[in-house]
Design a protein around this ligand. Sequence first.
Ligand code: CMP
Length: 140
Amino acid sequence: MATNRTLTMIKPEAVAAGHTGKIIDMIIEAGFKVKAMKLTQLSKERAGEFYEVHKERPFYGELVDYMSSGPIVAAVLEKENAVADFRALIGATDPAEAAEGTIRKKFAKSKAENAAHGSDSDDNAEIESNFHFSAKELVG
Ligand code: CMP
């Protein structure tokens, strides 16, 4: 299994606000290679499936409604130490706690509308990449 890939989604509020290009620029500047990318919109059912691990959390309903509310950009990113390095680049879940220079510090509006998702483990990176992309859609 690849240990150098992660899956991101640029979330609906960031896409709607026109931040997609700036966020992709930050990702490339940080040394990630884009292996696959698409503009898509999740149904409530698909958003629920993606975040199933959070099903028992109080914010699950809000999260599913929000993530299906508009277009997102999903991408598979490659870099040495991709999962940890990408989580450092996006910053803390709560933008109030995100470090200066991170994607969430610059673009997130709240804990829910937090600009970008990043996989939290190599195993989940693989699962989440397969959720959005078929093997044929990955370059290289
Ligand atoms: P993400 O990295 O996509 O993974 C799970 C998501 O749940 C997280 O980003 C947030 O968007 C959302 N989330 C986590 N905690 C909260 C919270 N307390 N309230 C609302 N949404 C949350």
